[in-house]
Ligand binder design. Structure first.
Ligand code: PBG
Length: 334
């Protein structure tokens, strides 16, 4: 006797490419993708990163070129990270108007105006000699409250340099309130604060250290969240909202889709996710070894973010994927 299914046959809706396209719940759009970019002082040529094949540290010239390419592809925005020639204990280049990040922001804003959304990473780890996200106290720990005044000063410098959005990624308590107050006092009431609300002390940031020439001393466990904890993400979300965050973020991405989904359910403001350096490297290296199909894996991972509730995703593949989406638009059923 053959077993016969009932009248309900889920396969019916999968029979043709056109039908599958029609019933797709989640779609990628170029405007949902944000491109993180690295710009380094003292470079004369773009420098490829060995731990992130396909990603470079830019010169100011190559940064502008890549920014134009991304904007032409229709990406939603650009997130800038700067690597100064001189790092010190206080990260003094971070709020110097002549610091590399601030110069790069001005260059992009002067050339692109409001055509795209220009964002700045607001954190000290790219600028400090010890590699921590804040300044240190006498015992070598990260001093939360002393760091807040550094962040406030960075916020004003980045706003002055032309950033539309500030990405507060340092995980200091009170950082959103401190930056909002400083911005408003200087008249930058329209500068957007995107708070990395749930940011975990993650191994998946590994390649980022090469990208920003960081030699971190110790770890970030006293300020970034324990990967074992989901509940405190909701507490961080509540605090960031109360302090005035305009957008919130969950990071890393794929290993934290449960956290992303919960934040997306609760948040009254847009929720973004960051597909971080280690996630990028895993797919690139696995694909290079022939283990997975590169383009399908990239697309599937991005769809997963959107399905979990992200409104936009920071991804090092933003330009490539946006270009592919544009060229597929006319025909391409999946
Ligand atoms: C902090 C910051 C980091 C990343 C983005 N902002 C590093 C960290 O917190 O250790 C990581 C991004 C990535 O890994 O792609 N400035």
């Amino acid at each position: 006797m053959t077993m016969v299914p009932g009248t309900v046959r889920p396969r019916r809706l999968r029979t043709t490419p056109a039908l599958r396209r029609l019933v797709t719940e989640t779609r990628l759009h170029p405007a949902d993708l944000i491109l993180p970019m690295f710009v380094k002082e003292t470079l004369s040529e773009p420098a490829p990163l060995t731990s992130m094949p396909g990603v470079v540290q830019h010169t100011l010239d190559s940064l502008l070129e890549a920014a134009n390419e991304a904007v032409d592809a229709g990406v939603g925005g650009l997130m800038l990270f700067g690597i100064p020639e001189h790092k010190d204990n206080e990260g003094s280049q971070a709020d110097d108007p002549e610091g590399i990040l601030n110069r790069a922001l001005t260059l992009l804003r002067d050339n692109l105006g409001d055509e795209t959304v220009i964002m700045a990473d607001l954190c000290l780890d790219e600028f400090t000699s010890h590699g921590h996200c804040g300044v240190l106290d006498a015992s070598g720990g990260v001093d939360n409250d002393a760091t807040l005044s550094r962040y406030a000063s960075m916020a004003v410098a980045q706003a002055r340099a032309g950033a539309h959005v500030l990405g507060l990624s340092g995980m200091m308590d009170g950082q959103v309130a401190a930056c909002r107050e400083a911005l408003d006092l200087e008249g930058f009431t329209d500068v957007v604060i995107m708070a990395y609300s749930a940011k975990y002390a993650s191994a998946f940031f590994g390649p980022f250290r090469e990208a920003v020439d960081s030699e971190l001393q110790g770890d970030r466990k006293t300020y970034q969240q324990d990967p074992a904890n989901g509940r405190e993400a909701m507490r961080e979300l509540d605090l960031d909202l109360a302090e005035g965050a305009d957008v919130v973020m969950v990071k890393p991405g794929l290993p934290y889709l449960d956290v992303l989904a919960e934040v997306a359910c609760e948040s009254p403001v847009p929720v973004w996710a960051y597909q971080v350096s280690g996630e990028y490297a895993m797919i690139e290296f696995a694909a290079a070894a022939g283990a997975i199909d590169r383009e399908r894996a990239i697309e599937e991972s991005l769809i997963a973010f959107k399905r979990a509730g992200a409104d936009a995703v920071l991804t090092y593949w933003a330009t490539e994927v946006a270009q592919r989406l544009n060229s597929e638009q006319s025909g391409g059923a999946r």
